[in-house]
Design a protein around this ligand. Sequence first.
Ligand code: WQD
Length: 338
Amino acid sequence: MRVFVTGGAGFIGSHTVLALLRARYEVHVFDSFANSSPRALRRVRELTGAPIGMTEGDVLDQKALNAAIAAFRPDAVIHFAGLKAVGESEEKPLDYFTVNVQGTVNLLRAMDRSGCKTIVFSSSATVYGEPVYLPFDEAHQIAPMNPYGRTKAFAEGVIGDWCRATEGASGLLLRYFNPVGADESGRIGEDPAGRPNNLMPFIAQVAVGRRQALRVFGGDYPTRDGTGERDYIHVSDLARAHLAALEYSVDSTGCEAVNVGTGQGVTVMELIRAFEAATGREIPHRIVERRPGDLASYYSSTERAKSLLNWEARFGIDDMCATTWKWQSENPNGYRDG
Ligand code: WQD
């Protein structure tokens, strides 16, 4: 199967490309490298010895998308390319709607021109918003609380309408919880530009000495220890979920949303302790005020991923911490080390 991967040089994209190549798929990556490095793909090639087709391009460039897809003639597309910082989306909502929604429309148009009818979409649990109940299942109301989450919900709607209008189309909307960790090789991993917004990369940068201490946003939430609780999912498990979605799409049509998480909640303090135990590194931290917009707790129902995709997470929080540390300690400056 030939798979076209937008954003394939990114954190989740590169891990998914690695899994695709190891499973003998043929891959072409389309990436602007605006928030990723071609070095990630070079390392994926080194790990697999397999070729990766690559086009440097922007999903807002319809002509470039049309040409790249027409040339590769994919059987399926995995769509990662997009903007993904919640805080930034509050400051630049129009950029987020343009890239995340119009970019998805452009991609579907290019797919139509080449007769490709299968898309696996990088969505997010952020579409659920404030929990009406937990664990979140796929029937939970869609009520995103920030522009980033709204762009993911809108893009899901675009794909759903495209599926209904396109004979034989298949759309899988994978709602990620909190992706963390790195491939066991330590050769690829999360490499945020600038100050990390997310918890795990910040902890990793404290551990490697790039940051002084971690600020824990809030110690008065209604959770086991007062700190925020999330469902962290190992990026290699997440990558494998994309392959399960592709395998499912071969014999299916229509549009399906599927949560991708472990079903387990872990608090900030629990993650800090797990990281310290897994790495032997101390993580200096102090509890400060809550971060605006944060939820106290959410985690996923994993039933649909099991029943529909025959997929479930295998890695636990210790693996997530140990692989994060291997990546960060062997690449203190991420891909900037070459
Ligand atoms: C996790 C917990 C923070 C940083 C976001 C997006 C989501 C997805 C993942 C794209 C919270 C606490 C964090 C820090 C802290 N991204 N924290 N100190 O906010 O759950 O999810 O990233 O798809 O869509 O919403 O992830 O890692 O930022 O926060 O205490 O320096 O860690 O308060 O409880 P979040 P996060």
